[in-house]
Design a protein around this ligand. Structure first.
Ligand code: ZN
Length: 398
């Protein structure tokens, strides 16, 4: 975990002024299927759940696939006699391991049987999307995007939907370009067939704004914007006046409108079909929020229901939100709208990312967190039977 954690922390440090509340959800990675649409949260890098298994990467950026049926975690390389070593710029093509995804990998997704990976160059604030078959043959560049980080996005019918953000810059007394704190946000799309990009909404200017794709339901793309009434310097949280705004972009009508007016939600979010669950941090203390209130919004009716409270950042997986009170856990299920007690929960030692098939994917708690899977059966029975996924290398351990 070492490498990824450092990356996450440095990204957060840079973004801290804008995303205090978002930071807590940046550790989660999840995907929700609903027919042909897919939502991804890839702040931890590539992890793609399918019905058959899970594509993921190790700390060296090699691609693996955990096969649910075979119960095996294998490197995605079908090259004969390959040594599966990382390659350099000057390594001949025939010696390059197919499963090595290269530097700067920040995410990936599947669309129409093609695997797409997104690599970033933070210095150039540029990301490159590459497509290939799922066995990594036939790799080709799709497009370049102007961005310096990636968290959530959605894919539907061969189109990638993203939130764009751009920091307004000014020149300071030393002649250096520095951010003014004003951020432009917008929604844009990328046609995966030809790489063409199009901005779908007008650019909005707000103090320290972040815009995230929250999910897709039917033809509507839901987004959350967090901004501040006055410039937020990272310390004046109460005074700056945090504002939460939810938007719905209608893909067929091309309209972008505010929705769920009056709804908060400055922490994590999770869409289960047309139910949007989100949490709101309360009591800003020395170590962040001390209390979280969780809500479920019915996007069809507009009704908002309080699901419960939690003393730790709520976790979302398997159509549920998990709430804690000390070491005791309970969950609220979107489909049944019921709250159930979870005895001897593994959540005391495990953090959920997403729900591939019969498993829950996540990471064990602590400094040397190990990414892994746990069957839903073990998860709900409180059995700490984690299936480790390829992650740490010998080099990391030294
Ligand atoms: Zn190989």
């Amino acid at each position: 975990m070492k490498k990824k954690r450092i990356v996450t922390i440095s990204v957060l440090a840079v973004m801290a002024a804008a995303i205090i509340a978002v930071a807590v959800m940046a550790r989660s990675v999840r995907k929700i299927d609903s027919s042909d649409t897919t939502f991804y949260n890839q702040a931890m890098g590539l992890a793609i759940a399918t019905d058959d298994g899970l594509y993921h990467m190790d700390s060296r950026n090699f691609l693996y696939f955990y096969d649910n049926k075979e119960k095996q975690d294998v490197q995605v390389c079908n090259k004969p006699n390959c040594t599966h070593e990382a390659w350099q710029e000057d390594t001949p093509d025939e010696e390059r391991c197919h499963s090595y995804l290269g530097d700067g990998l920040i995410g990936g997704f599947l669309s129409e049987d093609q695997l797409y990976i997104i690599q970033i160059d933070p210095m150039l604030q540029q990301a490159v999307i590459t497509s290939s078959a799922v066995d990594r043959s036939g790799q080709k560049k799709v497009t370049e995007l102007t961005m310096d980080h990636l968290d959530t996005f959605a894919v539907k019918d061969g189109i990638l939907y993203l939130a764009g953000t751009s920091n307004e810059l000014e020149v300071d007394e030393n002649g250096m370009q520095v951010p003014t704190g004003v951020v432009d946000t917008w929604v844009y799309r990328v046609d995966l067939e030809n790489g063409k990009q199009k901005e779908l909404t007008p650019r909005q200017k707000e103090n320290n704004a972040t815009l995230q794709v929250a999910g897709l339901w039917g033809d509507k793309l839901y987004c959350r914007e967090i901004s501040f009434e006055k410039p937020f310097d990272g310390l004046n949280f109460e005074e700056a006046g945090q504002r939460i705004t939810w938007y719905a972009y209608d893909i067929s009508a091309g309209t972008y409108e505010k929705t769920l007016e009056g709804a908060d939600g400055n922490g994590g979010f999770y869409m289960v079909q047309d139910i949007l669950m989100y949490d709101d941090g309360e009591n800003w203390g020395e170590n962040g929020f001390e209390r979280y209130v969780v809500y479920a919004a019915d996007l069809t009716s507009g009704d908002i229901e309080k699901c419960g409270e939690s003393d730790k950042q709520p976790q979302y997986a398997d159509g549920k939100v998990f709430l804690s009170e000390g070491e005791a856990y309970q969950y609220y299920e979107a489909e049944t709208k019921k709250t159930v007690e979870l005895k001897n929960s593994v959540l005391n030692v495990f953090y959920c990312w997403q729900t591939p098939g019969v498993y829950i994917h996540g990471v064990t708690a602590g400094q040397n967190g190990q990414p892994g899977l746990i069957t839903k059966e073990d998860f709900y029975n409180g059995n700490e039977s984690f299936i480790p996924l390829a992650w740490e290398t010998d080099q990391d351990k030294q």
